[in-house]
Design a protein around this ligand. Structure first.
Ligand code: SF4
Length: 331
């Protein structure tokens, strides 16, 4: 076991745990954001750099600090390690720089993007982004293309996190989808357009942290905060059959995998469950989804779950406290 202290909070974790995983065990606002790391996908992480932290003490044996910020999704903890994230103004400046880089080519078209309301980059740009860009060169733009019968790729929004590539690699045998080219001409592509017809290919939509891969059966139909999520299941031979149904009135507008507090799916679902089962009668309803994070989706719908760890740090509480304070001030 190794004891690690992150932003003043200590936790003991098994050897080999990454700083990000240790931070998630502590919970709350100290957890670094992650745009490319995704627990269910092997070898994910290490691309986007949003989860960087400062290691101010390497370990008990070798207390030297690490010379520059490290990606917390890749760096494993050592016994006695001390880490700074939100408590270091310099690190927060560095994270802000990372977000500025991510936004060089990513358009802030949130008002018309289907991912708005459940997009981590939207949150990050709100928290760290500048209102103006310093980038003076022409931005990359791409035509929207269909990859697969029901998936639309809007490459202009892609941040090359590689999550969809890992889904193709690890869930879809005989994959034809990946990253073509390198550097500023790198792009997600299929060798033959419309070729992603694998039964699990729809999971790419769920893992995409921005609105680059969207569900053609849901695209432009509703904002996510105007649909109500319900957990449901069915007996499916291809997948776990545990899904989230998004209702508007009595109509199922979309079906997605269930996600946890870090926006990671808990069970992969097949394309039949996702695209073809859009009637309530196809499902056994488990009940309304409890959104266990501060999210626009939970607004006016359901009571938020109690935070599991360090309630004083949880952003849900911060939001609630801020709300109560504002109410008090208004009175
Ligand atoms: S399309 Fe989405 S999931 Fe795939 S690399 Fe781009 S941002 Fe990541």
């Amino acid at each position: 076991m190794a004891k690690v202290t992150i932003d003043g909070h200590s936790v003991e974790v098994p050897d080999g745990t990454t700083i990000l995983q240790a931070a998630r065990l502590i919970g709350g606002d100290i957890v670094p954001p992650a745009m490319c790391f995704y627990t269910p996908l092997k070898t994910s992480g290490g691309y986007c750099r949003t989860c960087i932290v400062n290691v101010t003490k390497g370990s008990e044996k070798d207390p030297r600090p690490m010379p520059k910020p490290v990606p917390s999704c890749r760096q494993t903890v050592m016994d006695g390690m001390e880490v700074q994230g939100i408590t270091s103004p310099a690190l927060m400046e560095a994270r802000k720089g990372v977000v500025e880089f991510l936004l060089i080519n990513h358009p802030l078209d949130c008002p018309i993007c289907d991912q708005a309301g459940e997009c981590k980059l939207q949150d990050l740009s709100y928290e760290h982004g500048l209102s103006k860009s310093r980038y003076e060169f022409e931005r990359r733009t791409f035509e929207k293309i269909d990859i697969g019968e029901k998936i639309k790729l809007h490459m202009t929004r892609c941040i090359l996190c590689y999550r969809c590539v890992k889904v193709a690699d690890q869930l879809c045998p005989g994959r034809v989808h990946g990253v073509m080219n390198r550097g500023d001409v790198a792009e997600i592509s299929t060798y033959i357009q419309n070729a992603v017809d694998n039964d699990m290919s729809g999971n790419m939509i769920d893992v995409c942290p921005v609105g680059a891969l969207t569900d053609k059966t849901f695209r432009f139909k509703s904002r996510v905060w105007n649909v109500n999520p319900f957990d449901a299941h069915r007996d499916c031979k291809k997948c776990a059959g545990k899904v989230r149904l998004w209702y508007k009135g009595e109509e199922v507008f979309r079906v997605t995998g269930r996600k946890d507090a870090y926006d990671e799916v808990t069970d992969w679902i097949c394309n039949e469950c996702r695209f073809d089962k859009k009637k309530t009668s196809d499902w056994i309803i488990d009940g309304p989804t409890k959104i266990d994070r501060a999210s626009v989706i939970s607004q006016n719908h359901y009571v938020l779950k109690e935070p599991a760890h360090n309630p004083n740090l949880n952003s849900v509480n911060v939001v609630e406290e801020k709300f109560q304070l504002e109410n008090k001030n208004n009175k």
